[in-house]
Design a protein around this ligand. Sequence first.
Ligand code: SAM
Length: 261
Amino acid sequence: MSRWDPADYRQSSAMQARLAAELLPRLGLQPGLRVLDLGCGDGKVTAELAAAVAPGLVLGCDRSPEMLRFARQAFPAAAVPNLRWSRQDAAALACGPHFDRVVSFACLHWVGDHPAVLRGIGRALRPGGRILLQLGGQGNVDALLPYAYAAMDQPDRRARFRELVLPWNFPPAEPYPGWLTAAGLRPERVEIVPKLARHWGAEGLAGWFRTTWFPLLERLDPDQRGPFIAEICAAYLADHPLRDGWAEVRMQRLEIEARRA
Ligand SMILES: C[S@@+](CC[C@H](N)C(=O)[O-])C[C@H]1O[C@@H](n2cnc3c(N)ncnc32)[C@H](O)[C@@H]1O
């Protein structure tokens, strides 16, 4: 069973936080709106949403009990009274039509059944409500995969990665307009947007691997994981040297905006 490490994610997710922050102005957030954040993780982006819509309510949903426990402790009701948390699977959302905005950042590439996600979102939105989803899209980690595969293919590891199926679903944009429409949503923007992820030094790049590539790491013994990550980072950085101290990785993010009719 794959597990998130919320404290490590909190420290190693500046890139995800920046990608979300870039999109928040598109949401037209204002006091009093109700917002659902799917795959809220450690809750730091969710807490920003809560600040932007207070006294409107924000509900952070996640499938991971570890993430939710961390988020609840980091942002307790006593400190952020308009923030709530709920354990839910994004593909089986059980929310009525209470929300003016449904957002999701860096989550849905962990979910297989996107038509089901969109149907749940459609049921959770008030008429006229809007959605903004951002996830890894087709080609998202192509810049890194060759280095990861080379490290997996070492003689002492090869057997551990036999029949590996990558844990992510990085979809193309094309099916979404149809899926959105079928879910009662009017598509407004569906596009793959190239992004340059920046991680501070080799350590930052390693932190991103450690916190988000854990389904691969868990195939190795604990003492083998650090050297595996270090090998991938060193090979990648040999071909893509740090720029002003930053490790840069080309990514492809799928961004989806739609409105409930
Ligand atoms: C990379 S974190 C993103 C957290 C936060 N949205 C951010 O931008 O920092 C991905 C989150 O998606 C959650 N997640 C993955 N699959 C999910 C699912 N089927 N339903 C709900 N949450 C899911 C994980 O538990 C994790 O907390």
